[in-house]
Design a protein around this ligand. Structure first.
Ligand code: 26W
Length: 824
């Protein structure tokens, strides 16, 4: 049915050309005679933007008129990547643009690559938010994203002499995809004090007064659904000094410099994305960002609700707010403040409304990632919110005390306030208590939160408050856009592109697994994608790699729990083995290219050491004539979304090798398999469900299980534990200076040898290496390999973010899709 709602297309190549050229000449004021690739990008984007705006306005009108429940997805990160290619594909008009641009003398790939990535995120959590927006629009859900408009996204990574350097990512020079709404602003208050008094009726009143005001300005980004008229809105808040107040006064008093300084201080709030992934640092500016964005978003949501003139009790029937991790948890006390202090509701009614409105998604169990804010800091910055949090906690603890009178020790454990010095607010507990549903992001992860960090809360609220929604990825970007040839091939077998909206249709590919022609084309496409990546590697790293070699890829944030160190130690072992072989033995080996990519948080010294080791191993191995094409080691600089679109379709094997129980889900694992690659992985996160879907024969699992991790860690610290001998060999090589200054890597090695090997590298090393030998063996039999790949692709339907969003809609939000009005 969605076909009949497909938006109005450019009716001809000429029409597109005319629109693009007109923008180049008038909007950009550039002559066609010096039209470069950048101008072509700008003209093409503006031409498509005009199209999107029509659908966007129609969608907003339609949703307002329909007056049904909306979803608000609050996320401090949206890792969108580039917009143009996605927009052209989602409105199904890329061919027109390809032809039109060719007429004008451009290759569309070159034009697309002019666009700067919108990199407003660190990794998995931010990219998940972006996939969700694509699915929400594609499935016609009335939904808004709310985030921050950082002037600097995640830093750009440069590798200089084998070390990571960070360069600021200023991305807003030319951004045709955002619409500043200078008329949509919200005043946000910080600091100040709380006043309490009794009004004439004897009713207790509370207000928050004084302090300072910063203005939030809305910037709207259209989010087009695939093959539908629905174009949703992503609203990003930018900060600026509140207009007309002290700045003008100061100006008039001749304090020009200090008024500019105030302005800069206000703009600092939305200046930069914090580059830590899974590490909480408790910085005041970060708390300011969180409140600024929560308060602006809630004001906006409440304003929209109030226009409907409904009673407050209807709020949860009109509004579902999803908290993407604990970063937006302040939205809970903020809604309570609005309802009680500003709207005059009683506590119980306000609390009932609040709890029914929010849902909370947990994305990590790593203790160092759990957000805690010091009570003194909150008292200073948000005095009224701290009071509300104390009240929420008091009422909650009284309830726990009544329900479990014999378990007094539980009170300290579940209190929102940690009795440390200074006291800390545990944001995960606040998010859980203030929401009606809590979900993890893969089955194992959702089980683990119930038995570890939230164990007591399962007892308190019962198991029904907790649910699982396994993550997904959008097949539009991660198949159709990143791998157009594979998408075409699949469409040719399934009778069109409907599978992009119902990914379970992929299962029909299984009947083509023995089809000779299909297999040949499938293999050719993988090869062509590897050729493209090989060319990219040559251009960026200057290293020649053989596209016939097995491409083994690990791209993700660099983190000890993700165990890039395990991978590079395995590579070193392979290198040592090759060095020890005779020429005859070497001839029997399957050539490999080991590709790494990912950013280390700027202050994460150990992660930076891992990058350095990878680069140094590459430097030695790639120049060793004994090795030749048998082994190449590549570190790709500045891994991001647009680079992932080149890298992901080119893998034979990708690595998802976290210590069991640490990777909540992983989503790149899904991307790689959907693109016809196999994976080596631990029994962790979504790897487990991928195994269930594709079958044990089509995945290379290794390593210890989550349930054994505690005991193994204990054995490292106290038991009769011995370092894996083959890993000892690797360490000897590193210590010998084979890969440059051994001292540079001593902390990395000692962490495993002397300091407890927290991530169990040694425990999993032998099984990891053995599994890689099985991979070599399997790859030798190309026919069987291709069968595994095709079978896996056919079984990946479950991992569409469309399935995931439907599950959220059904089990958490209780919202229905809204069909777009037909254009015309
Ligand atoms: C406060 C510092 C901080 C920053 C970011 C703590 C935690 C985060 C994120 C929650 C980390 C993150 O991106 N988690 C990833 O979320 C993905 C989407 O659900 C999962 O697939 C990954 O397994 C998980 O690591």
């Amino acid at each position: 049915a969605w076909k009949k709602y497909a938006p109005k297309p450019f009716t001809s190549t000429e029409e597109f050309e005319k629109a693009a050229v007109s923008h180049i000449e008038t909007t950009l004021a550039r002559s066609l005679y010096n039209c470069d690739e950048f101008a072509a990008y700008a003209g093409t984007s503006l031409a498509f933007r005009d199209r999107l705006v029509i659908d966007w306005n129609a969608t907003q009108q339609n949703q307002t008129f329909a007056d049904q429940k909306r979803v608000y997805y609050l996320s401090l990160e949206f890792l969108m990547g580039r917009a143009l290619d996605n927009a052209m594909l989602n409105v199904q008009q890329k061919e027109v643009a390809t032809k039109g641009l060719a007429d004008l003398g451009f290759r569309i790939e070159d034009v697309i690559s002019q666009e700067h990535d919108a990199a407003l995120g660190n990794g998995g959590l931010g990219r998940l938010a972006a996939c969700f927006l694509d699915s929400l629009a594609s499935l016609n859900y009335p939904a808004w994203g709310y985030g921050l408009r950082y002037r600097y996204g995640i830093f750009k990574q440069e590798i200089i002499d084998g070390y990571q350097m960070e360069v600021p990512d200023y991305w807003l020079d030319f951004n045709p995809w955002e619409f500043p709404r200078h008329d949509v602003t919200v005043d946000i208050q910080f600091y100040g004090h709380v006043n309490k008094w009794q009004d004439e009726d004897g009713k207790q009143q509370t207000s928050w007064e004084g302090g300072e005001i910063v203005e939030a300005v809305a910037y709207d980004v259209p989010v087009p659904g695939y093959a539908t008229g629905t174009t949703n809105n992503l609203r990003l808040w930018g900060s600026k000094a509140a207009s007309g107040e002290f700045d003008f006064q100061k100006f008039n008093r001749g304090e020009y410099e200090s008024s500019v300084a105030d302005q800069q201080r206000a703009e600092t709030i939305s200046a930069v994305l914090y580059p830590n992934d899974n590490l909480e640092r408790g910085k005041e500016l970060r708390l300011k960002q969180q409140y600024f964005w929560c308060a602006a978003s809630l004001y906006d949501i409440v304003r929209r609700f109030k226009k409907t003139k409904r009673a407050w009790k209807d709020f949860p029937n009109q509004v579902a707010i999803q908290l993407n991790d604990t970063h937006p948890t302040l939205a809970i006390p903020e809604l309570m403040r609005i309802l009680i202090d500003l709207e005059g509701l009683e506590w119980d009614e306000a609390w009932q409304i609040t709890q029914s409105t929010f849902g909370y998604t947990n994305h990590t169990v790593l203790p160092e990632a759990l957000e805690k804010w010091s009570v003194p800091l909150m008292q200073h910055l948000l005095p009224r919110h701290l009071q509300i949090i104390f009240d929420i906690n008091l009422i909650f603890l009284q309830f726990v005390e009544r329900s479990f009178p014999k378990e007094r020790e539980m009170l300290g454990r579940v209190s929102i306030i940690e009795e440390s010095n200074p006291k800390m607010v545990r944001m995960a507990y606040l998010a859980l208590i203030g929401s009606h549903k809590v979900n993890g992001v893969a089955e194992l992860h959702s089980d683990l939160i119930k038995t570890t960090i939230f164990k007591d809360f399962v007892k308190i609220y019962g198991p029904d408050k907790f649910t699982n929604v396994t993550n997904g990825i959008t097949p539009r970007r991660w198949l159709h856009q990143a791998n157009p040839r594979l998408s075409e091939l699949i469409a040719s077998k399934l009778g069109g592109f409907d599978f992009l909206k119902d990914l379970t249709m992929l299962h029909k590919l299984e009947s083509f697994v023995d089809d000779k022609e299909f297999r040949k084309e499938f293999a050719e496409i993988k090869y062509a994608n590897k050729v493209r990546l090989a060319k990219y590697i040559k251009d960026t790293n200057g290293v020649t790699v053989d596209p016939k070699a097995l491409f083994d890829i690990q791209v993700k944030r660099i983190h000890e729990y993700k165990r890039q160190q395990l991978n590079i130690f395995g590579v070193i072992k392979r290198y040592l083995d090759i060095k020890a072989m005779s020429a005859d033995e070497r001839k029997k080996l399957a050539p490999r290219v080991n590709i790494f990519g990912g950013k280390a948080a700027p202050g994460y010294w150990m992660a930076k050491t891992v990058i350095h080791l990878i680069c140094e191993v590459g430097r030695i191995v790639n120049a060793d004539p004994d090795v030749g094409d048998l082994l190449k080691v590549i570190f790709l600089e500045d891994y991001n979304v647009s680079k992932a679109e080149i890298i992901v379709p080119a893998s034979d094997i990708s690595e998802h090798i976290s210590t069991a129980g640490t990777e909540a889900s992983g989503t790149s694992n899904m991307k790689f398999v959907l693109n016809g690659g196999l994976i080596i992985g631990t029994c962790d996160g979504a790897n487990i469900e991928i195994t269930r879907e594709v079958g044990e024969n089509n995945i290379f699992l290794f390593g210890n299980l989550a349930e054994d991790v505690d005991e193994l860690r204990h054995a490292h610290l106290y038991g009769t534990y011995e370092l894996e001998p083959s890993l000892s060999h690797v360490f000897d090589a590193i210590r010998s200076g084979m890969f440059g200054d051994a001292g540079a890597f001593s902390a990395l090695v000692n962490g495993i040898v002397d300091h407890g090997d927290y991530y169990l590298v040694s425990d999993d090393f032998a099984s990891y290496c053995k599994t890689h030998e099985m991979i070599d063996e399997a790859y030798r039999n190309q026919e069987e390999w291709i069968t595994k790949c095709i079978t896996s692709v056919a079984r990946m339907g479950f991992f569409s973010s469309d399935r995931c969003i439907d599950e959220y809609a059904e089990s958490i939000w209780n919202v229905e899709p809204l069909a777009p009005k037909q254009n015309g």
